[in-house]
Design a protein around this ligand. Structure first.
Ligand SMILES: NC(=O)c1ccc[n+]([C@@H]2O[C@H](COP(=O)([O-])OP(=O)(O)OC[C@H]3O[C@@H](n4cnc5c(N)ncnc54)[C@H](OP(=O)(O)O)[C@@H]3O)[C@@H](O)[C@H]2O)c1
Length: 322
């Protein structure tokens, strides 16, 4: 929990009563959770404007954690989808966050059964990041990634990027992944045809591409206009502080000069939407998506887990085991 905004050190572990499920809620004993950039966005909002949602002076929501995998321990009186003992996973985004804990309690619609044969740790890497990748690779604006498409994933080495690389390869694309120097082998190991080091190379000069996913944008949208083929698509999922603040101006300018190219922030995100979870399960069953866990921390070291992601040290996911 955290009473103030700040670095991961402001997070504290507190004893609270175990929730009792009411109505259609279920109580889930957490086995594993995982860290996302979005957790840090709530701990350390990138822009003061974001605090309109998270709380202006202090965080409105004190608990942290989106991804969760665990076992149903109790069900509320009107809950009917699950029984005690079922293994489930969820993205707690719309359900109060709080997966960095021993228990989560939420309406049963928050949860889905765990993919067949997957461990709790692997399942906990999926809800937020893999779903973003699934949605980011979906056809848009009448355009789609397919065999022969040239795809660039900027930010191929963190939470969302590895899943996006794997899906793009499955769709038959020639994939370029952008990351820091020491993660290039990791990005190639995911199946990327090319890895580009953003510390030495201007990746906006390496096009043209049909589809660019920019996981956490650090460069102006305008730089990507030249990196796209006619009818190409550039989608940022989020961005650093200057990028977020410049977005309205850049989006308008980009739209004026892009001529048929589509550039902007990825819209239409649906957290843990059941139809996307069904696609995700098919990808898992077919071996298209393989969770990439770099580091594991016990719940007592939640600050260290957050810091590993905050500092960009992880190759893939950081898991919290409970
Ligand atoms: N659009 C929506 O509706 C929506 C919904 C939910 C979340 N989101 C957003 O989705 C994003 C998910 O991010 P994530 O969890 O995957 O983040 P992450 O794990 O922190 O990954 C960030 C990636 O960016 C790369 N990177 C860092 N500095 C860079 C630079 N200067 N140039 C190029 N690449 C650089 C990192 O590479 P290295 O690690 O190799 O340094 C890493 O691969 C967040 O921005 C979140 O806010 C969007």
């Amino acid at each position: 929990m955290h009473d103030t905004y700040g670095e991961p050190e402001v997070v504290e572990i507190r004893e609270v009563p175990t929730p009792v499920p009411v109505d259609d809620q279920v109580l889930v004993k957490v086995h594993a959770a995982s860290v996302n950039r979005a957790d840090l966005d709530w701990l350390l909002p990138k822009s003061q404007l974001f605090r309109v949602f998270t709380g202006v002076r202090a965080p409105r929501r004190k608990q942290l954690g989106l991804d969760v995998a665990g076992v149903i321990e109790a069900v509320g009186p009107t809950a009917s989808r699950f029984k005690v003992g079922d293994a489930v996973f969820a993205d707690m985004f719309w359900f109060g966050h709080g997966s960095f804990a021993e228990y989560v309690c939420a309406p049963e619609r928050a949860f889905q059964l765990l993919p067949e044969g997957l461990s709790f740790e692997d399942a906990a890497t999926l809800p937020h990041a893999a779903l973003l990748a699934v949605q980011g690779m979906r056809p848009r604006h009448g355009r789609a990634v397919g065999p022969g498409s040239r795809v660039m994933i900027v930010g191929a080495s963190g939470n969302v990027g590895p899943f996006a690389v794997q899906i793009a390869k499955h769709l038959g694309a020639e994939v370029t992944g952008v990351c820091r120097t020491e993660k290039m082998d990791f990005v190639r190991s995911l199946g990327a045809d090319h890895a580009i080091d953003y510390t030495t190379t201007d990746y906006t000069n390496t096009g043209p591409y049909d589809w660019i996913i920019d996981v956490d944008a650090h460069r102006s949208i305008l730089g990507f206009v030249k990196a796209l083929r006619p009818n190409g698509v550039y989608m940022a999922m989020g961005g650093n502080r200057p990028w977020i603040l410049s977005l309205p101006v850049l989006a308008l300018t980009g739209w004026l000069i892009a001529r048929g190219k589509r550039l902007g922030l990825m819209g239409g995100w649906r957290a843990f939407a059941p139809s996307d979870v069904a696609d995700l399960k098919r990808f898992i069953a077919a071996g298209v998506i393989k969770p990439q866990i770099d580091q594991r921390f016990p719940l007592g070291q939640v600050r260290e887990a957050l810091r590993a992601v905050h500092e960009g040290r992880a190759k893939g996911k950081v898991v919290i085991t409970v």
